[in-house]
Design a protein around this ligand. Structure first.
Ligand code: ARG
Ligand code: ZN
Length: 873
């Protein structure tokens, strides 16, 4: 039974302060909560009963205004605590409960990871710690006292500032008290206690306050925190400079744990991380790991203002904090590294994760209006499309107005639980622009298709651009409205430079931007020569652009577009066209040769960045090709068509690839700076192509690279190239990798992921076999993501094997995981979201597995919501 946005009502009682007292014990932790409450003047139900959320906790006692409540005066069940009669004036409530952290395999609430007590409360985990209004619009001040065995847990951490710590005389126990002066919702509560190692540093804020920084890790990992600490300081500095936002507590702590459902969590003053996104040194982390760590540290840190100081009124507003914070972390990375490369990388992620979601049974608006299980809505649409919406507002109103709007938002809503409407109102007010139609981006699901038709009238020297927008129906939303779409534009002359944008009825455009607001709209430009159209520059709007460009125009854009995003985009469109031709058996040698020649020019151009070259050399993914085909897809043929084109390109570019190989050899020590990262990206892309172009020579190079590697990036790059082809050498190399790194859990994950990517027959059997490997663990999300999600995402041909073996291994895993950790099971269940695109034998096989899952009587809400949506679509 879904919960609806339209049903929002304020709580009948407010909680002003919370004093929590934890007596930590692995099997039976005792929690005393002392709450100050009062009737909520904004409530529409005066005199209502007090109904708190609660889950998997045992009530020990209840005391209201100092008087113990008797069993008849309250009711506690599996999901709530109800007290029918409470004072209609301020009152206090003391709730004592117990819980069992050691038995908590869902990793929500208080649990143990690597022997350390830790918490995850977003979205609804706090109710597994104590009875409470576990919803974001109830903001309270917290003090926390933690008591534990000194030896078991010498480190005791919670939100806010440390106030007190001492031993408890005559016992083996000690305690600490933490005080958080900022009111916060329960999902931002955190507690960590254990025998942790630490790294400390400091930061002086722009107003001169000093902040103590700490990163806590399992003992032995202290030497792998330097990059994370550096990233944290960079983030703090950047938020001051770019948004004027200063940190607000005396300490900022980060804890890394090996068992964590998601990437990380922004708890006030005490961020908790999946250790994969903290630990790094050249021997264990790849370039991608370094980049991810930097970005995720930033993301969680930026939540301090966008999420914590201003939080969400209800979970429907999730993109208010997530979309905005992703946008902020994208800007951070763009300012620190290459803006163009970051934009292309983000669009690749959007296309790989969000477009398929928007194009199938799980499509939902960035601000959904109904859910069964909120944890199912931490989606690419809420996060990544949410960020695109913020970016579009920036594009529409400009840098200055955007900053003004952000200042207004922080000013007006600090300390509040806000809505998306309130955020957009700040954008509208600060810019003077009407964003009413724009708001539809938040409420409407589906990726708009924009069709562009250009016509040049040589006699009148006029270029007419006709645009049409369309959104296909999505589940529950059959009628769609026209969106307000900002489109970056350039009209490129024959010499490769942009011509002035003289728009009829407007004059010369100051900003190279047009706004599409109608279902169909024409723009007429006065322009001296026939232009080549470069539209949606910088990917200004998250749409599918269908432009009527000839191959010659695409090749021209690949070589000349001044907008590097669109230069890459032209290459992608052309590459996609060639893979589709190969799929349909209509490919021509001349077509491939022209494409390869355009790539050669880019590779040979010393002015072009290595990272950009690497991106140009990568074809659209198999799932993008499948989406372009639209229906009746044979994934084996997609794989063969794409690999065939890669082989052909690699052969035509053999000399260039070899030159890259020679030039990018790097004897010096590993450095994660942008230039070195770019060089390695190009080297690895070249290697992967060389293996396709000439198996014997390519495999030999990859093996040599693997053996000589003195950093994890090179080691992984070599293996990633090897696992693309079915050859005995890859098995030996995988075994060698395992033997070298079996003691290091994050490297075992990489080994699982490489195995998952191994192309060729028998892929599903390999996965099934590895789920019984002693290094695999169902209870650790990272293992599941590496092997099983790694299979779905990194081996589409294997997952969609026509005999259904790939579907079966994933369905088995979902059923196995659901009783252990429904959030992880449910994430894995989204693997089936694109099955409707496939041919009938595959569709039937997938449907049978979905029905097998639905037949399980004790299915979690999480998995039920996802699987039923897919199965009934
Ligand atoms: N707020 C976190 C972040 O994006 C994500 C935590 C979500 N966790 C969950 N169980 N739904 O940074
Ligand atoms: Zn976030």
């Amino acid at each position: 039974q879904p919960i609806h946005l339209a049903d929002y009502t304020p709580v009948p009682y407010l909680i002003d302060s919370v004093a929590l007292d934890f007596r930590l014990d692995p099997q039976e932790t005792r929690v005393t909560a002392r709450l100050s409450l009062r009737p909520n003047p904004a409530s529409r139900e005066q005199g209502a009963a007090l109904v708190f959320d609660g889950e998997r906790i045992t009530l020990q006692s209840l005391v209201l205004d100092g008087v113990a409540l008797q069993p008849g005066q309250y009711h506690a069940d599996e999901q709530s605590l109800t007290i029918a009669n409470v004072p209609q004036a301020p009152f206090t409530l003391e709730v004592v409960t117990t819980c069992n952290p050691a038995a908590n395999t869902e990793l929500s609430g208080l649990y143990l990871s690597g022997g350390v007590f830790c918490t995850q409360c977003e979205a609804e985990g706090f109710r597994r710690i104590t009875y409470f209004y576990d919803r974001p619009d109830v903001m309270a001040r917290y003090t926390v006292r933690i008591e534990a065995e000194r030896e078991q847990a010498p480190i005791l951490l919670s939100n806010g500032n440390p106030r007190e710590r001492d031993v408890i005389g005559g016992t083996t126990r000690h305690f600490a008290v933490w005080d958080d002066p900022f009111p916060k919702p329960s999902y931002l509560f955190a507690l960590v206690a254990g025998d942790l190692g630490a790294v400390h540093d400091g930061f002086t804020t722009m107003s001169g306050r000093t902040v103590e920084l700490g990163i806590y890790v399992l003992k032995g990992n202290e030497g792998r925190c330097a990059w994370a600490m550096e990233s944290l300081k960079q983030s703090m500095r950047w938020d001051e400079r770019r948004f004027g936002r200063e940190y607000d507590l005396d300490v900022f702590n980060i804890v890394a744990v090996p068992d964590f459902n998601m990437g990380a969590m922004e708890n006030k003053g005490l961020n908790v991380f999946n250790d994969k996104y903290i630990l790094a040194n050249p021997e264990t982390a790849t370039d991608l790991d370094y980049v991810n760590i930097e970005a995720i540290i930033a993301h969680e840190y930026f939540h301090n203002w966008t999420g914590n100081r201003i939080t969400c009124r209800d979970w429907f507003q999730l993109c208010l904090k997530e979309g905005l914070t992703v946008f902020r972390d994208q800007e951070f990375t763009s300012d620190l590294r290459s803006r163009a490369v970051k934009r292309i990388t983000d669009v690749k992620t959007l296309r790989a994760r969000q477009f398929p979601e928007d194009n199938g049974p799980l499509a939902h608006p960035p601000r959904p209006d109904a859910y069964i299980e909120i944890n199912n809505f931490y989606t690419p649409t809420v996060y990544e499309k949410g960020a695109e919406i913020c970016r579009m507002m920036l594009t529409l109103i400009g840098e200055q107005a955007f900053r003004k709007a952000m200042d207004l938002y922080f000013d007006r809503h600090d300390g509040e639980a806000a809505t998306v409407e309130q955020f957009v109102a700040c954008m509208a007010e600060a810019s003077g622009r009407d964003l009413t139609q724009f708001f539809t981006w938040y409420s409407q699901a589906g990726t708009p298709a924009v069709k562009a038709e250009g016509h040049y009238d040589a006699a009148k020297k006029q270029y007419t651009l006709t645009l049409e927008q369309q959104v296909k129906p999505t589940p529950g939303q059959l009628e769609k409205q026209a969106l307000h779409i900002p489109l970056g534009i350039g009209l490129i002359g024959p010499d490769g430079t942009d011509m002035p944008l003289d728009l009829e009825g407007v004059g010369t455009l100051n900003t190279p931007l047009i706004e599409l607001t109608e279902p169909r709209q024409s723009f007429r430009f006065n322009v001296a020569q026939r232009p080549v159209l470069s539209l949606n520059r910088g990917f200004s709007a998250p749409v599918k652009l269908e432009a009527d460009l000839s191959t010659a125009d695409e090749l021209f854009l690949m070589g000349h577009d001044g907008d590097s995003f669109n230069r890459w985009e032209a290459g992608q469109r052309l590459g996609r066209r060639l893979v589709l031709d190969a799929y349909h058996g209509t490919a021509t040698e001349a077509g491939v040769a022209a494409y390869a020649a355009a790539l050669k020019k880019i590779i040979d151009d010393p002015a072009v960045d290595d990272a950009f070259k690497a991106l140009m050399l990568m074809l659209p993914t198999e799932s993008e090709i499948a989406a372009a085909l639209g229906a009746e897809v044979d994934t084996d043929r997609v794989h063969a068509a794409r690999d065939g084109l890669r082989t052909a390109i690699a052969r035509q570019l053999a000399r260039e690839l070899d030159a890259i190989w020679q030039r990018t050899d790097e004897p010096g020590p590993y450095r994660p700076d942008p230039a070195s990262t770019a060089r390695r990206a190009l080297r690895q892309t070249a290697l992967a192509l060389m293996v396709m172009g000439d198996r014997t020579d390519g495999i030999a190079r990859a093996l040599a690279e693997f053996e000589a590697a003195h950093n994890m990036s090179a080691e992984m790059g070599a293996l990633a190239a090897l696992v693309q082809v079915d050859c005995p050498e890859r098995e030996t190399a995988l075994e060698r990798f395992h033997a070298r790194h079996a003691h290091e859990h994050l490297l075992v994950d990489k080994w699982l992921m490489l195995n998952a990517q191994a192309q060729g027959p028998g892929a599903a059997a390999r996965i099934a076999r590895l789920t019984t490997h002693p290094d695999f663990r169902w209870t650790t999300p990272n293992k599941v993501y590496a092997l099983l999600s790694g299979f779905v995402g990194g081996n589409p041909a294997g997952f969609n094997a026509e005999d259904g073996s790939g579907y079966k291994v994933i369905a088995d895993a979902i059923l196995r995981l659901d009783p252990i950790n429904p959030q992880v099971a449910s994430r894995l269940a989204t693997s089936f979201r694109s099955c409707k695109l496939l041919n009938s034998s595959r569709k039937t096989a997938a449907q049978a597995e979905l029905e097998r899952i639905l037949a399980e009587p004790s299915l979690s809400r999480d998995v039920f919501e996802i699987v039923s949506k897919i199965a009934t679509s």
